[in-house]
Each structure stands twice: as structure tokens, then as C-alpha cells.
Design a protein around this ligand. Structure first.
Ligand code: NAD
Length: 368
């Protein structure tokens, strides 16, 4: 009997349901091909959950997500639910809530240049040769979660030299937190080129000095993987100067937030970026783009970031590397042949190669 994998689907809002349909279609084919039965359990998150239940993250969704082998989220949000009223629920609360509840401490973002889409990047063609990196960002610690406060009546703090306000945020990391995120990076590097850049600011910050110490302790367990320390300011520069030098990059929450956005722009196409968030339990996979309300319901959304999220799910949650490789090659073939959704089309794209969401999914399936 075929092995069964359960997937909690969170189609969410906007183009979410359209791109989710393509993911389900492709998983059906991959399941048949690789002898796995994927079972889908759909749940509500974001705006649709607010409309249906009043909450952006209903209890039932959490129960389903925790019980599944993996969670596949499309996108949430839209103008319908935009509000500045703090008393009203917002779709993003669902997203942050589920990440917190699943204790997803590692965020993985691959940045890969598809040769056929190089012209979409703002960098020169020769700088993009060989770019294929994975950014591993710590997601539940650091300055975003450290001690913070705003103090008043602090002598000398006001602009006129009198008593005024002062605020601080604290960058805290424990050995445990650094150890577990570094392990994720080294494990990932083993299946890639075997190089980990550990990014810190150890020339200034104590938390970075601890980061570096623990990273090297972990590195000792992986003699087959090379560790390279790099300061975050230098990394910001190197990402633009020679991005192909990076294989796996591991870094703290704040540095990772900034560097992953910088790196994502190397590709130039938002509709092509996937991400995985891993914890000790169920992992969550999602495209990096939003719900694109401007094109929702038109059948023109690019499903490829969603399919690349499926690729990550196959790799990280199901250890189906062969299937993941097959999906990745199929996507690359479709792009090499010139097929484009509207968002990644350019002046060279002939009308007959301009396709919608469902046709793009079919083209990938045909090449699997
Ligand atoms: P967006 O990513 O939804 O859209 C930005 C632009 O990119 C739009 O022109 C859109 O049409 C286009 N685009 C995005 N994904 C595309 C795809 N797959 N195919 C074709 N075109 C695509 O960002 P936004 O407009 O700033 O936000 C819209 C809504 O999405 C907001 O409510 C926002 O809060 C939410 N959002 C959600 C997530 C998430 O679910 N993780 C992330 C970002 C934004």
C-alpha cells in the first residue's frame, strides 16, 4: 500500500485558492509517480477565516495544522480586511499566530536564478552566473523578541537637553537557539555545495560573539561542510558584488530579515520565490508573495512560487528529494521553453507563450 502523507492546505485569500489548486493537481501526479498518497485537509486562515468565523486563526485550523505532516499556505490578506482599528481582527494575525503556535524557528528562503528569467534582475548578467543560495534565518529570537521598553523622564534625553524619552530593544540569543538554527543550516548544506556562511557582527556585538562560538562548535560535527564567518555589513555588499559565492547562509532574525529581502531582489521576480518555516513539529511552506488582490479571480496568477514551495515541502518534510528534483527541473524546462505568466513576461514573449495559472500548472505536469 502507498505511503500516506497528510497536508493541511490553507488557500487563504485573493489568488490563494487559484494557486493552491495547481499545487494539489501537481501533488496528485507526483504521488502517483512516486508511490505516495497525499491526503489534503483544507482549513481557513486570514480574511476568509475572519468572514466565516470572526477569527483570522480559528482553533480548528490550528488543530488541523498541528495534526498534519506539513502545512501548505498560499497567501492571506486584501483591502477588504484592511483596518487601523486595533479592536478589529486582521488577516496577518492569522499568519503570525500560526507561525508562533507551530514554533517555527527557522525560515528558509532559496534564491535561485532561473537562466531564462535573468533579464528580470536589476543586476548585470555576469554577476548572476551560478547564483543558487539558501538563506536560513532565525525566526523566533533576537532583537524582535528581546527585552524592549520606552522610558520617560530620562535626564538629558530630550532634544533640548532636558528630561525626555529613551527606547531600547535587546538582541538576545541563547546557546540553544543558535545551536538549533545552525544545525538546520549545516544539514541543508550537506545536500548542497557544502558551504555555510555564518553571518554576524562579532566585531561589535556580544550576542554575535556567542553566535560565532556556537556556530563553530556545531561546525565541528560536520567535517564535510566548510564554515565561513562573514560580517553582516560585508555580506550586504557581497550579495550585490558576487552573489554566486554563497551556498547556505545562516543568520539571526534581524540580519536575516534584511539580507533575505536584499537577496530576493537578485531574481527580480516576486512570483518565483518560495519559503519554508521549520520547527520541531509540523513545518509550513508558502510562497513569498502576497494575495495579489489586483489580479484575484482572473486566472492569470503565477503558480510557480507555490509550486516551488511544494518542492521545498517534498524535500524538507517528506525527504522526497528525487520528486523535488523532478519538479524543479520541470519548472526550469517550462521557463527555458519560453512559457510565461503575465508577471514574468517581457517584450520578447510571444502571445502564444503567454499562459494563465491553470495552463502553467499543466505545462509543469507535462514535463514532470
Ligand atoms: P502582493 O505580493 O500580493 O502583490 C504585489 C504585486 O505583485 C501585485 O501587483 C501582484 O499582482 C503581483 N503578484 C504577487 N504575486 C503574484 C503572482 N503569484 N502572480 C502574479 N502576480 C503576482 O503584495 P501586496 O500587493 O503588497 O499585498 C496584497 C495583500 O497581500 C495585502 O493584504 C498584504 O497584507 C498581503 N500579503 C500577504 C502575504 C502572505 O500571505 N504571506 C505576504 C505579503 C503580503
Amino acid at each position: 500500500m502507498a505511503e500516506t502523507k497528510s497536508i493541511c492546505l490553507l488557500p487563504g485569500d485573493g489568488i490563494g485558492p487559484e494557486i493552491t489548486a495547481e499545487a494539489v493537481k501537481i501533488l496528485g501526479v507526483i504521488g502517483d509517480r512516486f508511490g505516495v498518497t497525499f491526503e489534503f485537509d483544507e482549513a481557513l486562515l486570514g480574511g476568509i477565516a475572519i468572514d466565516t468565523t470572526g477569527s483570522p486563526l480559528p482553533d480548528e485550523t490550528l488543530v488541523k495544522a498541528k495534526a498534519a505532516d506539513a502545512v501548505l499556505l498560499a497567501a492571506i490578506g486584501g483591502p477588504k480586511w484592511d483596518t487601523t482599528d486595533p479592536g478589529k481582527p486582521r488577516p496577518e494575525q492569522g499568519l503570525l499566530g500560526i507561525r508562533k503556535e507551530l514554533e517555527l524557528f527557522a525560515n528558509l528562503r532559496p534564491v535561485k536564478i532561473f537562466p531564462a528569467l535573468r533579464s528580470a534582475s536589476t543586476l548585470k548578467d555576469e554577476a548572476l552566473e551560478g547564483v543558487d543560495m539558501l538563506i536560513v534565518r532565525e525566526l523566533t529570537g533576537g532583537v524582535y523578541f528581546g527585552k524592549r521598553a520606552r522610558e520617560t523622564d530620562i535626564p538629558g534625553a530630550a532634544t533640548d537637553g532636558g528630561a525626555g524619552m529613551r527606547a531600547y530593544d535587546t538582541m538576545e540569543y541563547s546557546e540553544y537557539e543558535i545551536d538549533r538554527i545552525t544545525h538546520v543550516a549545516f544539514d541543508a548544506a550537506r545536500g548542497r555545495k557544502g558551504v555555510v556562511h555564518s553571518i554576524d557582527k562579532a566585531n561589535v556585538l556580544e550576542s554575535s560573539r556567542l553566535w560565532r562560538e556556537v556556530a563553530h562548535r556545531v561546525a565541528a560535527d560536520y567535517p564535510d561542510v566548510e564554515i565561513i564567518d562573514q560580517l553582516v555589513d560585508n555580506t550586504a555588499m557581497q550579495l550585490i558584488r558576487r552573489p554566486a559565492q554563497f551556498d547556505v547562509m545562516v543568520t539571526s532574525n534581524l540580519f536575516g530579515d534584511i539580507l533575505s529581502d536584499e537577496a530576493s531582489m537578485l531574481t527580480g521576480s516576486l512570483g518565483m520565490l518560495a519559503s519554508a518555516s521549520l520547527g520541531d513539529g509540523t513545518a509550513l511552506y508558502e510562497p513569498s508573495h502576497g494575495s495579489a488582490p489586483d489580479i484575484a479571480g482572473q486566472g492569470v496568477a503565477n503558480p510557480l512560487a507555490m509550486l516551488l514551495s511544494v518542492e521545498m515541502m517534498l524535500r524538507y518534510s517528506f525527504q522526497m528529494n528525487e520528486a523535488a528534483d523532478a519538479l524543479s527541473s520541470a519548472i526550469e524546462s517550462v521557463l527555458d521553453e519560453g512559457w510565461r505568466t503575465r508577471d514574468i513576461a517581457d517584450a520578447q514573449t510571444a502571445d502564444e507563450f503567454l499562459v494563465g495559472t491553470s495552463r502553467m500548472g499543466d505545462l509543469v505536469i507535462e514535463r514532470l
